[in-house]
Design a protein around this ligand. Structure first.
Ligand SMILES: C[S@@+](CC[C@H](N)C(=O)[O-])C[C@H]1O[C@@H](n2cnc3c(N)ncnc32)[C@H](O)[C@@H]1O
Length: 336
């Protein structure tokens, strides 16, 4: 189990949570192996820092370094054999959290078994639900238990950055959780340079900046450029530049990733150019400024297919229902 970690994904009924986790892990270890247990649970065997992945993820609700994967009926025996003293100090404060995806009422029983097993190995360990140094974390699904430990529980407050909470609002703005997921799909690492060439109110720039990515935004509308900058400033973030320019005449030579949400409908003016034509021309531009192997994530209406893709491989396509007349497609391109 040395490098095995497990993750609990949010139940979005979409392919995005699994794809996002895969992309973040591959960013740090491209040889990691993935085992899909079910729609919400994944085991990953790889060399990466659990906390880094959990901190930047939009859709992984929790995770742990794997200690045991057993049947519920064997759980007590299995937990008793865990050497908690190998990764916890005797005076540690700890908590046990169980996420129960089954319909059996087992959480309390499991938490109490874990508490007793830890105390047996570490008599001076103290339970602290408020501020534990170590967390023993379990997921119950069907008749199975996955148990592990972590020192980080995700606490994300997306609502602080929802479009209406920002100083500059426009109805085309993306929700922060979705924007973070897009950034993560692009396989960017801390210090890389990400471009959003249709940046609007700056949702992608904000989420990328928070996780340590350098950003550049472009928008053909001066009002949007100013709004993006105001929004970044509001969260005490900075972009390397928000440039008032046409994305079809990119004033940039080299970027590590492109993440963008192209204009469509009345909300996001594309200055009379059809989204389809804009996209086709843009993909040619993107090709010129990206090194091989890098990712370009494009959000567009699902009624449109991307063409002109000779130098890009279409790695994935996801769909997210927004309302009756809009389902968003997310196309993940990788430069060949
Ligand atoms: C769908 S909105 C982007 C919304 C953004 N993701 C957000 O969360 O606020 C598309 C943006 O593309 C801009 N735009 C339209 N045509 C453009 C072009 N040719 N070059 C650059 N930006 C353009 C629009 O002004 C609009 O702000």
């Amino acid at each position: 189990m040395a490098n095995k970690k497990f993750f609990l994904l949010s139940g979005e009924r979409s392919t995005l949570p699994q794809a996002e986790l895969r992309a973040i892990v591959e960013t740090y270890d491209d040889k990691a192996k993935f085992e899909i247990i079910n729609e919400r649970v994944m085991i990953v065997d790889g060399r990466f820092d659990l906390k880094t992945v959990l901190k930047r993820s939009a859709y992984a609700n929790a995770g742990g370094n794997l200690l045991t994967h057993c049947k519920i009926e064997d759980a007590e025996k299995s937990i008793e054999t865990i050497a908690f003293d190998e990764f916890m100090e005797d005076s540690v404060s700890f908590a046990a959290y169980i996420f129960n995806l089954s319909d059996q009422h087992l959480s309390e029983k499991m938490e109490s078994i874990i508490g007793s097993a830890v105390k047996k190995r570490l008599p001076n360990a103290k339970v602290s639900l408020r501020n534990p140094q170590k967390i023993v974390i379990g997921i119950i699904f069907d008749d199975h238990l996955l148990l592990g430990f972590t020192d980080y529980m995700a606490k994300r407050i997306w609502k602080l950055r929802r479009p209406r909470a920002r100083p500059f609002f426009h109805p085309s703005a993306l929700y922060p959780k979705f924007a973070r997921g897009l950034v993560n799909l692009s396989h960017v690492k801390e210090g890389d340079l990400l471009l959003d060439p249709f940046c609007g109110t700056g949702s992608v720039l904000i989420e990328a900046s928070i996780i340590g990515i350098n950003t550049i935004g472009i928008d053909v509308s001066m009002k949007m450029c100013r709004g993006s900058m105001d929004n970044l400033k509001h969260y005490m973030l900075e972009s390397l530049g928000v440039i008032n320019s046409d994305a079809l005449m990119l004033p940039i030579k080299n970027v590590d990733a492109i993440v963008t949400d192209v204009p469509y409908g009345r909300c996001a003016s594309s200055r009379g150019i059809k989204t389809m034509n804009l996209l086709q021309d843009f993909v040619l531009q993107a090709d010129a400024i990206m090194p091989k192997g890098r990712y370009c994530i494009i959000v567009h209406p699902n009624t449109i297919e991307l063409n002109n893709l000779d130098t890009f491989e279409v790695k994935e396509r996801h769909e997210v229902y927004v309302h009756r007349s809009l389902t968003r497609a997310i196309t993940v391109l990788r430069k060949r």
